[in-house]
Design a protein. Structure first.
Length: 110
């Protein structure tokens, strides 16, 4: 599930970044959780767009920078996978500056 989440977030970062754009993946410890961030320097989103991202009751689809299409279901799937594993997902974004998707998952018990 984690691989699917990361693959979808990276795919979206590519889709909404300009050619030769920059993407960064960060990981860090956050108490009992591992925090993973996928950042891009793409087109970004308005607050009203961000509010629609993880919701099943709202249809949300955007065209990528090279006319790629999508259904908006990938982020909903990411949210379901993250929450099913006891984590949380969020997004920070600014128009023309890019987006950072962040999710947490509980640290494995060894």
């Amino acid at each position: 599930m984690t691989a699917t989440i990361i693959r979808n977030l990276l795919s979206n970062a590519v889709k909404f970044s300009k050619r030769f754009g920059k993407m960064i993946i960060r990981t860090s410890d956050a108490d009992r959780f591992i925090k993973i961030e996928v950042e891009d320097d793409g087109v970004g989103m308005k607050d009203c767009e961000k509010a629609k991202l993880f919701r099943l009751d709202v249809t949300h689809s955007s065209i990528g920078t090279e006319n790629e299409t999508g259904t908006g279901l990938g982020l909903i799937l990411c949210k379901e996978f993250v929450e099913k594993n006891g984590g949380a997902i969020s997004v920070e974004s600014k128009i023309n500056c890019g987006s950072t998707f962040c999710f947490t998952l509980p640290k494995p018990v060894i």
